[in-house]
Structures are given as C-alpha cells and as structure tokens.
Ligand binder design. Sequence first.
Ligand SMILES: *Cc1c(COP(=O)(O)O)cnc(C)c1O
Length: 874
Amino acid sequence: MTGMKAIRRFTVRTVVPGPIGALPRLATNLRWSWHLPTRRLFESLDPVLWEDARHDPLAMLAAISREQLNALAEDPEVVARVAEADRSLAVYLDEPRWYQSLGGDAPKTIAYFSPEFGISEVLPQYSGGLGILAGDHLKSASDLGVPLIGVGLLYQAGYFKQSLSRDAWQQETYPLLDPDALPLTLLREDDGAPVQISLPLPEGRVLRAHIWRADVGRVPLLLLDSNVAENDAAARGVTDRLYGGGGDHRLTQELLLGMGGVKALRVHARLTGTPAPEVFHTNEGHAGFLGIERIRELMDPALTANPLSWAEALTAGRASTVFTTHTPVPAGIDRFPRSMIEHFFAGELAPGVPVHEILALGAENYDGGNPDVFNMAVMGLRLAQRANGVAKLHGVVSREMFSGLWPGFDHDDVPITSVTNGVHVPTWVDPQLAQLAREKFGADVLDGPDWSKVYEVGDSDVWALRRRLRSALVADARRRLRSSWKKRGAADAQLAWTDSALDPDVLTIGFARRVPTYKRLTLMLRDPARLKALLLHPENPIQLVIAGKSHPADDAGKKMIQELVQFTDDPEVRHRIVFLPNYDIAMARTLFPGCDVWLNNPLRPLEACGTSGMKAAINGSLNLSVMDGWWDELYDGENGWAIPTANQGTSDEERDDIESAALYELLETQVAPRFYGDLVSDGAGAAGPSHPGSGGLPSHWISMIKHTISKLGPAVSAERMVQEYVQRLYQPAAAAGRAAQDGDYAATKEFSAWIGRVRSEWGGIRVEHVESHGLADEPQIGQALAVRANVFLGGLTPDDVAVSVSYGRVGDSDELSDTRTLALDSAVDLGGGRHQFVAELVIDRSGSFGYGVQVLPRHASLANSAELGLIVTA
Ligand SMILES: *Cc1c(COP(=O)(O)O)cnc(C)c1O
C-alpha cells in the first residue's frame, strides 16, 4: 500500500555474540566520538561498512550481518581489541580525575540545561555555536570528572538539513530521527514501563514526555521527548524540531525544557540514587522556567512540611542558580507576549505560585523596555544569583545591555561576570595532528597537553602536516561540491570541473557559521572585482571554502547565501571559491584543520564569543578576524591578524566599505605574501617567493602556527572553561545553596526577610553630610585625608549597609576615573536613625582628585553588593 505511513517504527537492535559483546556498549557511550582508539576499532571491523554508516558505530552494528559478527567473535585479535577498548572505557568512567582532587565540599551534582546539544553528527540536536558549546561543556566535564547532568529536549527532526536549489536558494528538509536507532536509552521505571513526566497545560490539556538518556562519557544527558502516544497531536509535536515554530509552540518547548527538565532530574535521581543537583546552570534564557519549577517545589505543601513563601523560595532558588547569557543581539533573546505567559500559568502548571510574581520576573520594567513582553534573559538574570557572559568583551557588552536592571550603578558594577568559552580539544584536534603528537611525545600527550611541545616539531613536519590537512579538505570539498551540483540538477558530464576545484597548494581561507545578518557572510563580496583579483592572483592566489545555514524563517540570510553561491558559480572563479551546503559537525572537523586562515568578520561587538576560530587555532590555522568575541582578548599580534573596525557613528554602508577594504588589504599585503614565504633574500641579492609546492618553507608563517598552538591551545580549551565554571561559579553557588537550606531554610527565611526590610527602608536612606579634612592648602602625594559621612539609615542599622568612598581622577564634567574604593567604618550613632561613618584615605596620585560616597546593602548571603539593584550615592 504505497502512501500509507507506518504508525510505529521499530529498530531491532543487533544481538552481538558474547566475546565481542561490549561493542553495543562502546557504540552507545558517546565517548567514541572523541576517543580515537574506539573509533579506529569500529573502523577496523569493516572499513567499507564504516564509511557507509557515516562513521556511526550504532548504524554500523545495525547493518553488519550476523555471519560477519560471528566471524569477528571468533577472531582472537578482534576479541582482544574489543576487550581492551571496553577496559579503557570502564577505567575512564570510574577513575578519579581533576574534580575528585577538589575535596569534599565540591557540589555532588550539577544540572546543566540547554535547548540544544551538539555532541556528534549522529545526534543532530544542535543548530550552531550554542549547542556545540553545550556539547563541549559536557565532554570536558566528563574528562575532568565533574558530576554534571545535562538536560535538554529530543527533537524528532533535529535541525534541518540544507541543500540548494538550482538558483541557489536554501532548501530545508527535516528527516525524522528514530530514537531507537540513536545512541540513547529510554529511562524506565523499575517495572519496565517508560518513565513519563507531565505538565498540566491550559484547558485541561496535559503535556507528557518520555526521557531518553545519552551517555557522554561520564556525563548523563537527559532528553525529553513529547512524542508519546497518550499526548494529543499538538503535544506530540512540541519536540518536533529545534527552534521550529513561534509563539505557543516555542513557549511549550521552553516550559517542557525548564519545568519538565527539573521533573526529569527528580525521576532520574529516584531511579539511579544520584544525589540531587546542588547547582542549576541555565545555558541561555530558554531553560529559565527551571527556576519556577524549583520555586514551585519549595512552596508545595505536598512536598515539604514547611513550605516557603514566594520570596523565600525565590531567595533559596537563586542561591544555587547560574545563568549564562550568550548573545548581545536583541533578536537572539526569547521574548513572549506577557499575556501568553499569564494564560499558561493561570491553570495548574505551578499551583500556589503567584502568577503576578512570575510575570514580574520577566518584565522589562526599565528604560526602553516593552511593558507587553516577557523577556527570558531578564528572567534568567533575576532567577540566578550568579551570571556571566562568554568572553571578556561580551561581559562588558552584557553589563551595559542589562544595566537597566541595576539602575544607579556604573556599568562596570553590574553583577555579570564573564567566562570565555572554550572548545573540547580531543573532539576538535584533527586525528592526523593527534597522531603526529602521539608519535613524537607518547600516547597520552593529549591528556592535559603541554602545548609548547609544538616547538620541538621541525618546520618541515609542520608544513607537511598542514598540506595533508589542506588536501583532506580539498578532497572532501570536491565530493560535497559534486553532490551539491547533482542536487541542483547538473548532469555528471557537466561536473568534471569539480574534480579539480580548489588546489591543495593554495592558501586556503575558511568561513563557516550560521548566517544571521550580523555575521556578514557577504562582506567579502563588497567589491567583487577585488575579491576576484585575490582569488586569481598570479603569484599569491587565495581560495575560499564557505559554509553556513540560514534560519528557515530568515529570508535575508537566504538571500545572502544566494548572492554568495551565485558568485561562486562563475566558471572564472569556481575553482577558487566554493560554498558547501549543510554545515555540521562532520564537515567542521575536516574544515577547521584544513584551512590555513579562519576568517571572521562580524559586526563588532555582536559576536558574543565565537568558537570556530578556536577550533581552527588548535589545529594550527591562523585567525583573521574583527576584534570581537574571544579574538578581542586573545589576539596578540603573532597569532593571526586583526581586521580593523570602523569608528562608531559611521553608517552601516560606510562601515562595510571600510571594513571590507581593510580585509582585502590585509589579505593582499600581509596574509598571502607571508603564506607564500615573504620575499627572502637568497644571498645573491635575488629574491623570490618560495611556493609551498616548490619545497621552500614560509618560516614566518610556520612560526605563527607554532605560536598559535602553544599560546592559544591552553587558553581556548574547554577544560580551562569548565574549570573556571567550577571554581568561580559552581562551587560558590553550591555553598550558597547549602547555606540557604541549613536548618530547614532558616538562613533563607532570615535573608529573605532582611531583603524585604532593606527594600522597604531603602528609599529613605540619605547621605546627609560629607566632610573631609587634614589636607594642607597644596595637598601632596602621601598625605592622609579624613573622610566623614553622616548617613540617615532610618530603620536599618550600620550592619545592614556598606558605606564606602570612591576616589580617583576627576574629568572635565566631574566624573571619576581610575577609581578606587575604600570602606568607611561606622563610628558614631548620632541618634534618630543617623550614623557617622569615617575613614582615612591616602592621596596616592597627583593631578585632579575627587571622591564620592555610596551606600550599598550588606549581608553575608549576598553574592555581590550590586545584586539587589539598591544604591544611594552622594
Ligand atoms: C563551532 C561550530 C559553530 C559555532 O561557530 P561560531 O564561530 O561560534 O559561529 C557552528 N556550527 C558548527 C558545526 C561548529 O562546529
């Protein structure tokens, strides 16, 4: 019956004979995706099948015949290698690692929520950087022994697959995934029934979900799947695809992720005995409703003998929550109509939790805010006592962007710190590079690598490796190009040219990323003639490999792709510039290492961090980038090039003109000549380029490669990032969370009551009088200045506040710069709510000098004195 659809699909898992019975376990734990020996083991079982299965161990096991499995099980060498891989996995899963050396008070479990996870191409549950970062976070946590549990959604179609139409318009397809064929295990109750969590929706509807577990090394990842028979059609479709619909659909996805995610964690803890999470990390705003679910739990009289009030539950929840913001692009932030939130919470979703309080959490009640929307990032910040951006510059930008939530504070004092992103080295270092490192420095060189060892590798070895990596990219690009053209309707006979597209000896520049406007995919086309001249340069040509998906709803992005692809279609240049459809992890792993230069030209400062350039760098590619994201803090003059940015205030058009001209200029005068071996004197006065193919070595370029690897390697590794999260955010959050729970939440109740009191009294606080004395008519460095401030505190006591003096240089308009802060001590109770505070400050610089006095709340449970958004200045 053609046209009939199966109502249920089954994937029958292969039964593997005992002697090689560990294979399914090895194929199911995603450690294989970064553990080269395990991948090699699968490949060696049947190299042809391995290719057919697109390097997916489970797909390979499903396709392998029973006879072949029996033959493998009788081969002692295979049996020994399987046993060795199994032993290696068992040791990896169990042995003490970095985290285990931290001591007893490190959090026992940390929950990490994200709307997407990019772990491997076989689990396509990501759209771009946010998801890949989440995947790298889990993998590095696993390597470090951090007891993380990931929480996300299982999308039936993941993100879309991209192809091109004849006229270069992006086509999207959504192949359905069969969870049974993925490296996932369905969570079941002890009686074998699938675990089901449910959320009550308006109009008496119920949203149910199953929970799948992916094993990412030591880290479990729980993925909620609403494709459950008992659900109505709309509820089944909630997890249909990543960032699919808008409005209701998106909101139910996020309710399921946040609130359902907490429920999933509770079931998982019950079934496995894993300790409950002590820290909740929200990777971007989408999962923010996890905070509401935790508040609901604390307020629920059915769960606790002493339910907390809203204010107390909020205080307790915030203590152990970390929020990471990922974008300075307003369109990248989720906002819902306020009325929609109201509608969903009016029912049984969070009984007992006051809806107006939930609404207040996401309210944009600051200058420039929209009163009708509910902002998920704003809620994220209000639900977390600790928050961060993802690069130093992004920290600065975020403090400014969200400063409306902390009125009266200098942007510098807005309590959002930054942890610069990193990349999981074993995933992203090319196997050929890893192989070279192992041969030279031993099998475990990549565990905690000493990156400066690159200086012990000879220039010619480095250069030969770079050519191999470039050649691998060229081969992969030709294959993809041919397949893309066939989809675009070309016949084989027309495609001979693709076999010689790109050249393994030409300077190769890569550009691949999602295609939102700010990333400026088409900046390089600003002056097509100039680009053409660079591509076709007689001595120093460049070639470009480009990839990227546009969001399906973003026609502007699709137009940019079309414009670019149409340029690459020109027979005059098509051997030097190619667009490869369907950018994903599999393509990325060949692309980053194969490029000599990684190009990034976003509109500064809209790239929060960017990680593709980091992945290129650890493979010895040099970055050529606008000073944005991570590059702004890690460019050092010898690890690549900085594309200068236009001054603020120029129009978009002028800006693109200026920055594209700078890009062409750099390529022509710096990058290409250096790659082809700057003009070197041969002693006889003659000079000539030593082309890579001609045996000469571009020594300056190679020294930049070594410098890049040795300096950037440790800085961009995700181990560094995860260690920072642990030490700077998770550990303090766990300590705060424990303190909040002590004595049946006694400290929380006290802190929450204190916050209420401080808020209600704050408006009355005045700095009534400030005086200073002790200086001669002509003050000199080293002289002491006695400062006294009389402050009216009303019903608060000096213990409730921190009074301080900020001093520094005074500018023309009286603003302070180079400021330092000195605490004033409470000295005299002047009666009637008035107190005198004093300090002695020493003049430590010459020139104009001034000071101001400020009052902030003070309490041991505050993570930051700006946290409550309360300040009085004089
Ligand atoms: C690293 C990576 C990204 C993110 O790159 P950015 O530099 O952050 O834009 C997106 N997609 C894939 C497949 C990646 O590997």
